[in-house]
Design a protein around this ligand. Structure first.
Ligand code: GDP
Ligand code: MG
Length: 363
């Protein structure tokens, strides 16, 4: 899973990146640091993997991973002519956006819009994404109109339907409704995938507060957003979390207990991301590896098999499924089978969080 960290300049994006990846990327604002891009890979904590690894003694344990991209703010982007080129490619490749919103007061850090106003900044960022999409839609209309003129009669109906779709999406975007909240037919949705619109992607808001709070929440900001309900949110102090993230495990635990911040920001953000994206993990076990795989909740078993390997999708026969808790109780799969906890499921079985799956395939 690729998550892009975006936000206004000086909102604390790189500090959040450091907190999430236990990194130490430069936040001094020294020349160049504001336009630098960082990539960090974080393993998704899952205590089930440890238990399963104790049962199977596998050669390796492979947790699911989240890749965080720290991107420059819109001002730095403006120097490269708006959201374009390489940045646009990275944004389009993201599975979700983490929008960092400044809620901390620090006179030493200049705010590009002068005052600290989390609601305004969040709206500004969401509007940026919408503008970027509107540009794409404008070009799409031109291209499709042109295409229809030049098309053979047989090709026209399909292109006309595509143009109609774009003409539905565009005014909705103009009135502030992101693609992810627009109701399109399945074929319209499939067509819109070609444009990789940014407002089609889930957004998790990170309110970056002062060390001592107070907490900020979407509810409290009472924003007039058509899609507030679809946003995920986490409130944290990036600077404090980034400092804690660099400590030894023992020191970190001690400080966290003292501060009442038991849950690390990186875990909270991952949890909020899974929730906002509607993701779950299924598990595979064996002497070679014990592994967690992230998929959308309810994905049919055959599609879940395809996330392991395309051959598994093609050659899918059935899935042997045992819920993690049952496997833990039974001790091993053979015992699970004896006790009737192991089920045989077909292609369309909706995979659940914690399912331990053995795919039977013909490859
Ligand atoms: N007081 C305070 N300062 C912060 C916090 N987060 C970031 N900063 C400071 O704000 C400045 C900009 O942070 P940075 O992460 O580089 O912002 P970016 O431009 O969005 O990447 C740095 O001097 C940080 O130390 C915070 O939670 N509290
Ligand atoms: Mg930065």
């Amino acid at each position: 899973m690729n998550i892009c960290i975006i936000g206004l300049p000086q909102s604390g994006k790189t500090t959040v990146f450091n907190a999430l990846t236990r990194g130490s990327a430069d936040t001094s604002g020294a020349s160049g640091s504001a336009t630098e891009m960082h990539l960090g890979v974080v393993k998704v904590p899952d205590p089930r993997l440890e238990v399963l690894s104790g049962m199977y003694n596998p050669r390796k344990v492979v947790p699911a991973e989240v890749r965080y991209w720290d991107l420059p703010g819109p001002e730095a982007l403006a120097k490269s002519k708006g959201i374009s080129g390489q940045y646009r490619n990275i944004l389009q490749g993201a599975d979700a956006f983490l929008v960092v919103v400044r809620a901390f007061n620090n006179p030493a850090v200049v705010h590009p819009l002068e005052t600290v106003d989390p609601g305004r900044d969040l709206e500004t960022m969401l509007t940026e994404l919408t503008f970027a999409d509107l540009e794409v839609m404008e070009r799409a209309v031109e291209r499709l109109e042109d295409g229809i003129k030049k098309a053979k009669p047989a090709e026209r109906p399909a292109l006309t339907r595509q143009l109609e779709t774009v003409r539905e999406v565009r005014p909705a975007l103009e009135s502030g409704i992101p693609l992810r909240r627009q109701s399109l037919t399945d074929s319209q949705t499939a067509f819109m995938v070609n444009y990789q619109l940014l407002t089609g992607k889930p957004v998790i808001v990170v309110f970056n507060t002062d060390e001592a709070g107070p907490e900020v929440s979407l509810d409290e900001l009472k924003l007039d957003l058509p899609d507030a309900a679809s946003l995920g949110e986490v409130c944290l102090s990036a600077r404090l979390e980034a400092e804690l993230a660099l400590m030894s495990a023992a020191d970190e635990a001690e400080f966290r207990a003292e501060l009442g911040l038991e849950q690390a920001a990186c875990d909270r953000v991952i949890r909020a991301s899974y929730q906002t994206l509607g993701l779950i993990s299924f598990l595979t076990v064996g002497p070679d590896e014990v592994r967690a795989w992230s998929i959308p909740a309810g994905l049919p078993a055959q599609e879940a098999a395809g996330t392991i390997h395309s051959d598994f999708h093609r050659g899918f026969i059935r899935a042997e499924v045992i819920p993690y808790e049952d496997l833990q109780r039974c001790g091993n799969i053979a015992q699970g089978r004896k006790e009737g906890a192991l089920r045989s499921e077909g292609k369309t079985y909706p995979v659940k969080d914690g399912d331990v799956i053995n795919f039977l395939v013909n490859v």
